[in-house]
Design a protein around this ligand. Sequence first.
Ligand SMILES: [Zn+2]
Length: 429
Amino acid sequence: MRVLPAAFLVIGAACARPARPSQPAAAPDDLLPGVSEAAWRIHRSAILVDGHNDLPWKLREKAGGSFDALDIAQAQPEFDTDIPRLVRGGVGAQFWSVYVPVDSVKQGAALRWTVEQIDVVLRMARRYPETFELARTTADIQRARANGRIACLIGAEGGHSIEGSLGALRMLHELGVRYMTLAHSDTNDICDAATDDPKWGGLSPFGESVVREMNRLGMLVDVSHVSQETMEDVLAISTAPIIASHSSCRALAPHPRNVPDEILARLRANGGVVMVNFFSGFVVESSAQKMAGMFDVVRKLRAEHSDEKELDAAIEAWRKANPIERGDVKTLVDHIEHVVEIAGVECAGLGSDFDGITETPEGLEDVACYPRITQELLSRGYREDAIRKILGGNALTALARAEAVAREAAARDAAQNHRAERARSSGTR
Ligand SMILES: [Zn+2]
């Protein structure tokens, strides 16, 4: 079932992209000319963790979520992602986004669609067991990697998915969700979004309880898409590291979706990670200027066109009228370097947003291209251990810390229950 005009997704999340020529079926060593043997060796020794991939929503849009209709074991050149390219790109762990559009709230369908999107990820892992292994913990990721498989993690985007219910949040955690983006394009009952009018001045009172509950559960709080004030509020109350699962740097590309330096400067103390987004509209300065109002444009066009096809055409026309510069691998790595400069090498990561974006830097067209980032970091003089941290080590450390915070909370709860039980039994004696 098509639930939203595809063109909305050009900007909102997963999107249609003009077909590209299929990838050559070559052995790994023949791929990506310009990537040195040394870079390949480092790349293969790392656990590459990508923070955000919108394949589940694109599968829903294009194939009703059916792997019979769209077999990702085969090359799918109209997508950014398929198994042959994930393998060639050396992906170690992928946070699959179980995004649902904010419009789903109006239809009372946000939670159901989110659960259906989780179902897509679980079915994918079970359908391709030689490639994928579901992971809920850092230990699971290490095990999947040791088994030569790609660890599949789940991230929910965004906070509208829980429909205002902490019980729903807990159940998403039970189903394997290990981060939740607090908002998407629109301000919601949890917090102000980066691309909408503010309502709360940051987190709402309910949003504060959501962050505390996520800390207690061991679910990473994702500040992609939220306003700077929301980021500040989250940093003030979160006892675990936060992530921006797919955001780049505002100092280099002035898009409201990007992370400002004031937040980067506070990230080291928190142990958080900014996983840079590959969208040209978030990484190239001129493109970010052009795309700064893109969520407003979509909102306006959505209000003007109730017919899906008309809306599709209107957004596509807007896109054609506003072409953007793509940038290249160096442009993307500039964002990584900026995070490193302001926050530290422990705070940088990758969150491609593949299959959710329309334009990528040249050389970073799909999930096979990650080794080019490794090469560029090596060329810029980054040490091997620093490169491994950026490729995924930092994300793993943040998740491990979130797990530790949850364990500490569980131990505190148990001790408190024990004390209460003792007080009750001594009272009845
Ligand atoms: Zn997003």
